[in-house]
Write a new protein. Sequence first.
Length: 511
Amino acid sequence: MPYVVTQSCCADASCVVACPVNCIHPAPGEPGFAEAEMVHIDQDACVGCGACVTACPVGAIKADTRLSTGEQPFVALNAEYYEVFPHADRAPVAVVPPQRRLTRPGPFQVAVIGAGPAGLYTADELLKHPEVAGVDVYERLRTPYGLVRFGVAPDHTTTKQVSRLFATIERQPRFRYRLGVHVGRDVTLAELRQRYDAVVYAVGASADRRLDIPGEDLPGSVAATELVGWYNGHPDRAALEVPLDHERAVVIGNGNVALDVARILTADPETLVGTDLAAGPLGRLRTSAVREVVVLGRRGPAQSAFTVPELIGLSALADAGAIDVVIEADPDEPAGTDTRSRLLAGLARRTPSGDGQRRRIVLRFGHSPIELLGEHRVEGVRVVRNRLERAADGSVRAVPTDETSVIDAGLVVRSIGHRGLPVPDLPFDEATGTVPNDAGRVEPGVYVVGWIKRGPVGFIGTNKTCAEETVSSLLDDLDAGLPAPPAPAAAEELDGHRGRDRRRATVGAGS
Ligand SMILES: Cc1cc2nc3c(=O)[nH]c(=O)nc-3n(C[C@H](O)[C@H](O)[C@H](O)COP(=O)(O)OP(=O)(O)OC[C@H]3O[C@@H](n4cnc5c(N)ncnc54)[C@H](O)[C@@H]3O)c2cc1C
């Protein structure tokens, strides 16, 4: 009974390490691991022991006999990977580097800033070392888990299960939360450096990219960052104005977050009951007039950024009759032969229900917004049709034609990427929206990890390998005696009146 990786796997590779026969790839260190949308189980080599199922933090691995109809395409997806990368010469045991030991005895104290995936994986890595006497995780909000709580779509309940892994990390005795402390405002880096041997920033990339077109600041034009925070109950987004009184919304950008937004806006609200969708937004969705969400992509289906697991999930929804999915693409554009293009072509062949009852998601390719229309609020989007130009290196560029049209809509969501914000007391690269670093090191004693280190790319699990790299740099510096040990002082002195130790009060809260 072989096992299959299904859904949006978080790619943290815990299953790779657990597998006794090394049949899950790509493994950390293998080509393609950093970019892989998911890992894959070799059906021929799998011995069906189920060790990977226990290790997977997001419940994405299932026995092939237990797959739902919508999950069946994952069998082929796992198998296809091994047709391209046979891994015939793999070693019998997964690549697990030997546990590194510090040469200096410690005890060391480390502060981690930000309790998202990167911060928590970093704490976990650090606590593998007995010389690290304590890791204090500072978080500006009263609840941890960053985008896992406030970004991952509420209907992706299995992905949200990674919170259980985080709860295990935070239960370790040398782990301590300092929730409700905004580093840079409530406490400075200089103050932290007086108390800790090392400070690791894991503050994410919380800003959105802008379209820079007229009308972008009209009411009814929101960033996906804001909308996603709103429906996930982020305290900063509770008052967001989200007009749902028009039958159509437009989402600009065609990556997974755009698809998340389109799915939530078109879902039957009753299917979202019991998920992490916040109560207020659930009530608003129950009375929503939105019947159609148009997802705009400037280039063609072959260039879209949707991941294959997300498209399989969308196809399953369409197959189950939950929504209609309509593909609008230039018929003269050559269809790609990759899995993504094949899935999109499959969606294009489906006939919409035609009864007008189902909500629909329209994936419209080859168009860019040039202006948001409306006097006092968004009433529509003027778009231009693009033609695609192929360069000698194979890259494809969208070139605007002179053909424009208007899409009536009451809500426009821009979902064209995240961006890091400057971090007080640290250098900042405006072009990349990241803190310049060398394998996570900003300078001895100060480090970065996660999206503020490498930009807003990758999956939850990508932050695990990212944390391993940063912690390795930090350990190198501790071994080298850098920086000088801090003056002995209790961390309580730092934030006693500004933040609170909430480890006991908030472990697992709301997860
Ligand atoms: C909308 C959306 C959906 C996603 N869905 C998925 C998915 O389904 N599957 C998947 O694998 N990946 C998904 N991702 C990607 C995943 O969420 C990221 O890879 C991951 O969250 C990045 O981790 P991070 O710790 O760097 O940042 P974050 O998760 O953003 O965590 C940063 C933390 O730092 C805190 N912080 C910021 N500044 C300060 C400060 N000054 N002081 C103290 N604390 C501070 C923040 O409050 C936050 O808690 C999604 C991303 C987005 C945006």
